[in-house]
Design a protein around this ligand. Structure first.
Ligand code: GDP
Length: 365
C-alpha cells in the first residue's frame, strides 16, 4: 500500500501566517483575497454585542485578539471573554482525533452538515501542533470543508499558530467560550493525531471521538497507547467499497478490545461504529450515540463533574504557565541561565541543583 506522507499544509484547519490575519468561517477563498487583514479595531462592547448577535465577523475578530500575543489585544480579549463567560457552556464539546489521512476533515465536513440538518449550529476549531512547522503557509490554498464553510450555521476556525502546545490549547479553550456565547451548540475540535495534542483536546471536551482505518491494528495505524482508552466512541472510517468487510472486522476487534478496559468514570460504554465520511454513511448512528452519551452523563452528573474538574485543572495549568513565563523573563534568571546550562553540560551541577540555584535567585530577586 502506498504510504501517505502527511504535510502540515494538508490540514484542513491549518494555521494562518500571523495573528494579524483574521481567518474567518467565511468562504476560504475570501480569506485568500484578504490576506493582509489588519487587527480588528472594534471596542470590547462592539465585539461582545456582535458575538451575542451571532455575528461571525465579530466572533472571528474576537478570536484573533485571543490568539494575538500583543498585550493590548490580550487585554481586550480578556474583557470580551469575561463578558461572554456567563453566556458560555451551553454546548456539547466534541474532540475528534485520528492519524493523518484517516479522514478527519472529510468526516467533520459530513458530520457538520448532518447535524446542521438536525437543527444544530456547529463551530469547528482545531489544535494542530504541526502547524507551527509550516509557519508562513497561506490559508485557503487548498479548500477543504467547502460545503460546511459556506453554511451560515457553521463557523470554522483554523488552528492558532505559534507558542507551545499549552499556549495553543489556551487559545482554543478561550475560543470555545466565545463560540458558545455566539450560540454554537456543538463544538467540534479537530486534532491531528500526532504529538501530545490529543491529551490537550481530551482535557477540554465532553466527548472524545477516535477515527480509525479499517483493518490494521493500533501500532500499524500509528495510534498511540492510551488514545483508544480515552475514546468515548470509535468510528472505523472508509467503510466503503472493498474496505467494508475489513471495517466490520476492525469493528469487532475494537469492540472486544474495549471490553478489556476498566469501566469509565462516566459509566459510558464506548461503542464502535463503521462509517464512510466520503459517502456520508453511518453518521446518524454516530450522532445518536453522541446524544445518548450526553443524555446519560447529564442525568448521572458526570458531564458537569468533568467540566468542573477540567476548569480546576486549567486553573492550575494557567498558574504554572504564567509562573514559567514570569520566571524566564526575570533578569537575574536570564543572566544566570546560560551559566547554569553550561554547568549541567560540564557535569559541575546536576539538573536538579542548577534548577534549585536559579529558583532561589528568582525568589530572592
Ligand atoms: P485527515 O488527514 O484525517 O483530515 O483526512 P482527510 O479528510 O484529508 O482524508 C484523507 C483522504 O481520505 C482523502 O483523500 C479523502 O477523500 C479520503 N477519505 C476520507 N474519508 C473517506 C471515506 O469515508 N472513504 C474513502 N474511500 N475515502 C475517504
Amino acid at each position: 500500500m502506498k504510504k501517505k506522507h502527511y504535510k502540515p499544509s494538508d490540514s484542513a484547519l491549518k494555521q494562518t501566517r500571523t495573528t494579524e490575519e483574521a481567518p474567518s468561517s467565511l468562504n476560504p477563498r475570501l480569506v485568500q483575497r484578504r490576506k493582509k487583514q489588519i487587527v480588528p479595531t472594534k471596542s470590547v462592547d462592539e465585539l461582545v454585542d456582535g458575538i451575542m448577535k451571532q455575528d461571525r465577523v465579530a466572533l472571528a475578530q474576537a478570536i484573533t485578539l485571543v490568539e494575538s500575543a500583543h498585550p493590548k489585544h490580550q487585554e481586550t480579549a480578556q474583557k470580551v471573554i469575561e463578558a461572554c463567560l456567563p453566556h458560555s457552556g451551553n454546548s456539547l464539546r466534541i474532540g475528534i482525533t485520528g492519524t493523518p489521512g484517516v479522514g478527519k476533515s472529510t468526516f467533520i465536513e459530513a458530520l457538520g452538515q448532518y447535524i446542521i440538518e438536525q437543527g444544530h449550529r456547529p463551530a469547528i476549531l482545531a489544535i494542530d501542533p504541526s502547524s507551527q512547522l509550516s509557519k508562513g503557509s497561506i490559508l485557503g490554498d487548498k479548500t477543504r470543508m467547502e460545503k460546511l464553510s459556506q453554511s451560515k450555521d457553521a463557523f470554522i476556525r483554523p488552528s492558532p499558530t505559534g507558542g507551545s502546545l499549552g499556549g495553543v490549547a489556551r487559545k482554543t479553550r478561550e475560543s470555545i467560550l466565545l463560540c458558545e456565547a455566539a450560540k454554537y451548540d456543538v463544538i467540534l475540535i479537530e486534532t491531528v493525531g500526532v504529538g501530545q495534542s490529543e491529551t490537550s483536546v481530551h482535557a477540554m471536551v465532553d466527548f472524545f471521538l477516535l477515527l480509525i482505518l479499517p483493518g490494521a491494528g493500533d501500532e500499524l495505524q500509528g495510534i498511540k497507547r492510551g488514545i483508544v482508552e480515552m475514546a468515548d466512541l470509535i468510528a472505523v472510517n472508509k467503510a466503503d467499497g472493498e474496505r467494508e468487510k475489513l471495517a466490520k472486522q476492525a469493528k469487532r476487534a475494537y469492540t472486544n478490545a474495549l471490553h478489556l478496559f476498566p469501566p469509565k468514570a462516566s459509566q459510558w460504554i464506548p461503542p464502535v461504529h463503521t462509517c464512510s465520511a466520503l459517502a456520508q454513511a453511518g453518521l446518524a448512528e454516530i450522532w445518536n450515540s453522541v446524544q445518548a452519551f450526553a443524555a446519560q452523563t447529564q442525568s448521572n452528573g458526570f458531564l458537569q463533574q468533568q467540566r468542573n474538574e477540567q476548569a480546576l485543572d486549567w486553573f492550575r495549568e494557567s498558574i504554572s504557565q504564567q509562573l514559567g513565563k514570569i520566571f524566564y523573563e526575570n533578569p537575574a534568571v536570564q543572566k544566570q541561565l546560560p551559566e547554569m546550562e553550561a554547568a549541567i553540560l560540564d557535569g559541575r551541577l546536576s539538573s536538579f541543583q542548577a534548577a534549585g540555584r536559579l529558583l532561589s535567585l528568582f525568589v530572592n530577586y
